[in-house]
Design a protein around this ligand. Structure first.
Ligand code: PMP
Ligand code: GLN
Length: 386
């Protein structure tokens, strides 16, 4: 039987992720990989040591289904410290296998076939796949450069009688947009008016350079209808540990947990102990993280502009989107496939994050979560393009 006949119809068209494809291209060609977003240095030693200590202390069997108590308390403490949000660590916090699983379990928990999920494009790649797994449909509202504001009329038009959920990513990958207070207030009003569940992907919450990260759950009417998702991957630079969490009112978290227990059941027992230590680090850690990343943002944005790209400086995340049309092409995918050979750098074509592919055809994303020397090398190579 041909392999393509094995995959169920709902997932037809979902092939290898762009991140896997582009990282493989980087490995094959020896190019500098500014495609997939993962840091090339480890996170804090104290957190890594806590994982090693947890293994040595024998935390190596299944943890509780909702996550170990110290981590649930640390997550609740973090939400209170940074946002003044109160969650009961025993009923309103769920530990997951990364934000990816929290997102999947939430969408699968709340969506019936025929339901619609409203989200912004460009979207993070797992959203479409999981919405499809649930048999639901994605309705997108386009964020357009240079400021990636959305058109309120387009948003209103996307919401209809079948809309079940607003799925929001802020700070936003790949644009680097940080949704403003006014935008979030408008989204909250819409959710209340249409009785929507909100699921928010806040994995870049600590990588904000301009403005503030505001969880949607803080807005009027949202606390009892929002599942707030984040993970340790970006905040502590341990993307391979896959420890995430979902916070929300007990009935919503209970529903997400019901799905989660049949996806992975549990994961990462020793890493859960370590992430609890990370979340309790003092404010200096979080300040230094963002300061270091801001310097990298400025370095790469300057280098890309000097190389001839139109650069949309990101307010958050560790990605910068560029317009490649100054190079005489609007085909971002072909541009990225040719880039390793032309100058030894790998980037990601944003078009893969769009339903309306014309909107993203000419856009290309670079990550700056790499050592300064690596960014400098990439900039030197990109400088030979023009
Ligand atoms: N959401 C967004 C917007 C992301 O960029 C990522 C990538 N890391 C994830 C979710 C997945 O997070 P995790 O690795 O914790 O599953
Ligand atoms: N979130 C990362 C990115 O956008 C990749 C994560 C993954 O490969 N699934 O680059």
């Amino acid at each position: 039987m041909a392999p393509e006949r094995l995959l169920n119809d709902r997932l037809a068209g979902f092939g290898e992720t762009i991140f896997a494809e582009m990282s493989a291209l980087a490995t094959r060609t020896g190019a500098v990989n500014l495609g997939q977003g993962f840091p090339d240095t480890d996170g804090p030693a104290i957190v890594a040591e806590a994982a090693i200590a947890a293994i040595r202390a024998g935390h190596n069997q299944y943890p509780p289904g909702i996550g170990i108590a110290p981590l649930r308390h640390a997550v609740a403490g973090h939400q209170q410290r940074f946002y003044g949000l109160e969650f009961d660590p025993d009923t309103e916090v769920l530990v997951t296998a990364g934000a990816t699983e929290a997102l999947a379990a939430s969408i699968l928990a709340f969506c019936e076939p025929g339901d619609e999920v409203v989200t912004f494009e460009p979207w993070y790649d797992s959203y479409g796949a999981v919405i499809a797994m649930a048999g639901a449909a994605k309705r997108v509202v386009t964020l357009r450069p240079p400021d990636y504001a959305f058109d309120p009329d387009e948003l209103r038009a996307a919401v209809g009688p079948d809309t079940r959920m607003l799925l929001l990513n802020s700070p936003h990958n790949p644009t680097g947009k940080v949704f403003s207070r006014a935008e979030l207030a408008a989204l909250a009003e819409l959710c209340v008016e249409h009785d929507l569940i909100a699921v928010t992907d806040e994995v870049y919450e600590h990588l904000v350079f301009d403005g503030d990260h505001l969880p949607l759950a803080m807005f009027p009417g949202m606390a009892d209808r929002t599942v707030t998702i984040s993970s340790a991957g970006k905040t502590f630079s341990f993307t391979g540990w896959k420890i995430g969490w979902a916070c929300g009112p007990a009935p919503l978290v209970e529903a997400v947990r019901t799905v989660k227990q049949y996806l992975t059941y549990v994961n990462g027992a020793p890493f859960q102990h370590a992430v609890a230590v990370g979340l309790d680090l003092d404010d200096d850690y979080f300040r230094e993280l963002v300061a270091a990343m801001r310097a990298k943002r400025d370095l790469l944005c300057g280098g890309l502009a000097a190389a001839g790209f139109d650069v949309f400086e990101p307010a958050g995340t560790y990605f910068v989107t560029t317009d490649i049309r100054p190079f005489g092409t609007d085909d971002g995918r072909a541009f990225c496939l040719g880039l390793p050979e032309r100058c030894g750098v790998v980037a990601v074509p944003n078009v893969v994050f769009y339903d309306n592919t014309d909107e993203g055809r000419h856009l290309v994303r670079f990550t700056f979560c790499k050592q300064t020397s690596v960014l400098e090398e990439a900039i030197a190579r990109l400088g030979t393009l023009a």
